[in-house]
Design a protein. Structure first.
Length: 199
């Protein structure tokens, strides 16, 4: 597996670019679109904690555990949210995709599918990953459905695995996709995006 290095990915009017402090204002606005920080099952920062959220992500990037991206609308330059590669384990050619959230106004649009297509294509076809994983809160049913629509397989549930923002302990639902499953999943993602474009 190749190292995860800075890169800009583009597809269907959406751009993924390395997250930086220059995205603070845009990320704050994206979170405010739907007051996403009020959801107990997400990691969206409160407005006053946006800078610390970015600084934490950049520290994790420096340590090699996470590579965060800002999700940007190409036409307007508006920040739509963020997503990351994380739990990067080169020795077994595995990454996970997570820390993903979008402004409420672009949820249930082509944005998430486009982002996942870009990240999965880069992971499998450029980095040479053997496995890409996801994890989500056991009560985040929308996230579970979105991950399953990608073609990922449910690996199981880690009980009592992590703290939520409200201090309760969550179970974590784990998913993954292998490099052998990627061609069919890619074909399905392209089909869904092309179908959306025709609507």
């Amino acid at each position: 597996m190749k190292p995860v290095e800075p890169i800009v990915l583009r597809d269907r009017g959406v751009r993924l670019e390395p997250l930086g402090l220059e995205h603070e204002h845009g990320l704050r606005q994206a979170a405010a679109d739907g007051q996403l920080w009020t959801l107990r099952i997400t990691s969206v920062p409160e407005p006053e904690n946006t800078r610390a959220y970015i600084e934490s992500a950049l520290q994790m990037r420096k340590e090699g555990h996470r590579f965060p991206f800002a999700v940007v609308d190409e036409a307007s330059g508006r920040v739509l949210g963020c997503t990351s590669y994380h739990d990067i384990v080169p020795v077994i050619s595995r990454v996970e995709i997570g820390w993903t959230w979008y402004a409420q106004s672009v949820q249930r649009t082509h944005v998430n599918t486009s982002c996942k297509l870009m990240l999965l294509t880069h992971a499998f076809e450029t980095l040479g990953c053997r496995v890409v994983g996801w994890r989500t809160d056991n009560f985040n049913f929308a996230s579970q459905r979105a991950i399953e629509r990608l073609g990922a397989k449910k690996d199981g549930v880690l009980r009592g695995h992590a703290l939520r923002r409200d201090g309760t302990i969550r179970d974590t639902v784990m998913y993954s996709m292998t490099s052998g499953e990627w061609p069919e999943a890619k074909a399905q993602l392209l089909y869904l995006l092309n179908k959306h474009a025709c609507v």
